[in-house]
Design a protein around this ligand. Sequence first.
Ligand code: SF4
Length: 397
Amino acid sequence: MLGLYLHIPFCSAICNYCNFNRGLFDAGQKARYVDSLLVEIERAGLKACATGDVAQANVPQANVAQTFRSARRAADTIYFGGGTPSLLDAADVARIVAACRDGFDIAPDTEVTLEANPESVDVGKLIAFREAGVNRLSFGVQSFRDTELRRLSRLHDASRARAALLEARAAGFDNVSLDLMMWLPEQRIDEWLFNIDAAVECDPDHMSLYLLEVYPNAPLREDMARARWSQAPDDDAATMYVAAMERLEAAGYEQYEISNVAKPGRASRHNLKYWTDGEWLGFGCGAHGTAGGVRTKNVAAVEDYIKRIASGQSVISEARRLDAAERLGDALFMGLRLTRGIDLDAVQQRYGVDVWERYRDDLTRFVEAGLLRYDSRRLALTRAGMLLANDVMSVFV
Ligand code: SF4
């Protein structure tokens, strides 16, 4: 089934390390953007059908609506990413979810995730999001240490993050995730592990751990130079990663992907589509999609996006049909991110390639170095391999 990704590019302030497609919140622009998003979703639903029954069946005009309904493509995840989607009003979220239901055949147990920043919610707003159809929250916590949050120019502090997680439970959410960032400026190993312990105390169902990347033109780079902050040596970053994963496993979380852990049954179904060679459509400015072997990217600027929708133009700025080699490379590259790795028989069935035979020499080298496991026709990174994932994955690209 399809996943539907909806990009909400608005933030209350711009964090000094951020490299996402986002801008400052403006209520008027947000209203026009949401209206445009509804149009894009409606058009995409019609287009997805046009390749199916409605186009082929020579349907009488009177039956088009009914046939359209039965020809809609099925989807089972909806993901509001940003930016800061929790800046939307619950009514906006409800309209967008309704548009997805109109345009696509949305499964009854669809996972509907909304990314939220702790400072932008309260229990009333979270209840309203739930009533609008959201059933999973993903909080951008990043750290439980106020000094670190200030260095990242985040708007919340640790106590607001803890309160937001409690409010999510009070609002009835039984599927809550949080993001933490490691290798922060001046962060020591024990300080990072304090964050892990604090996160475990909050008892989320899912956690994503990201390594801070300081981009060349990020204001954080200047902040670090001015304040003489530095990041710990690479070896410490490796220790942080391994120690965190061990601590999280001891606390009942299962690592299922390089950067993600979850309690049983709580892996992100939407993100799994990216890692399991699945299909998803991206809506909104800068959103990417991959379906039917075609990868698309929408125009990045909010106003350009709104203008194109208003004038009936396509919002897709890039569309490329992937050739068989690229599709296979992507499937292997992404599949190796999962701790369960890649089922080589399934890959052979889909792409007609015996991966082990084709890459045997390179893969054997990594298996012997303890970075890869090859067992019962499954290929997976070991934890040591996850630290050097790019080296291993370069075999496939
Ligand atoms: S809240 Fe997230 S998307 Fe917005 S500026 Fe900060 S890091 Fe970027």
